[in-house]
Write a protein that binds this ligand. Sequence first.
Ligand code: MG
Length: 230
Amino acid sequence: MIRVIAFDLDDTLWDVHPVIVRAEAILAEWLEKEVPGYQYEQSKLLPIRKALLSEDPTLMHRLTAFRQRLIETSLMSHLDEPNAASHAEGAMEVFLTARNEVEFFEGALDTLKNIAQNFQLGAITNGNADIYRLGLNDCFSFAFSAEQVGAPKPAPDLFHAALAHTGCEPAQMIYVGDDPVKDVDAANAVGLHTIWMRSKDKPDKGESNPDETIDDIRALPDAIRKLVDR
Ligand SMILES: [Mg+2]
């Protein structure tokens, strides 16, 4: 019996690209106002990114820590270390606020509320979207991120964490995601049911077949019903 529906967040419940572009712009504006003379430019950040990653490759999936270290290091051209650190902390708060101001796909919130009446919902994400900042904590009862668990999808760790948390067998959980490999193949490998939210950007399936495929989040309740009835 299916008890839990877990969701990928970015590109499954909203388009993430415009969110990040906007959050980057808000971050740049804030930093440039707070630190006169400093410019937040991708060309300057690139060599710092490379240096930080070669020093600590785990930063690749620790997106919040990575971004904060990146800002802090780049600020050290204009500020002493304690000032760079405190400004980087403030900047990260500004970025995270903006990064969680998303435009949900049409009907997504109603769909989630509807499903939450019959199932436990949760988030399993590689990114730093946050169910509390998003206001999803009303209908989501758990969230696991790659940063928290230590390994990004397609590694099984995040799914195992959600199974342990909910006390579910894999066959009692459905995973809904847009990425054919990191979401569908990865969740299938752990034995979860999968619903693929197919997007125009990633129209090709991965190695394995999703149990159901949808092109609009509003089709989710029907797809879940088919799996429950199967
Ligand atoms: Mg996604």
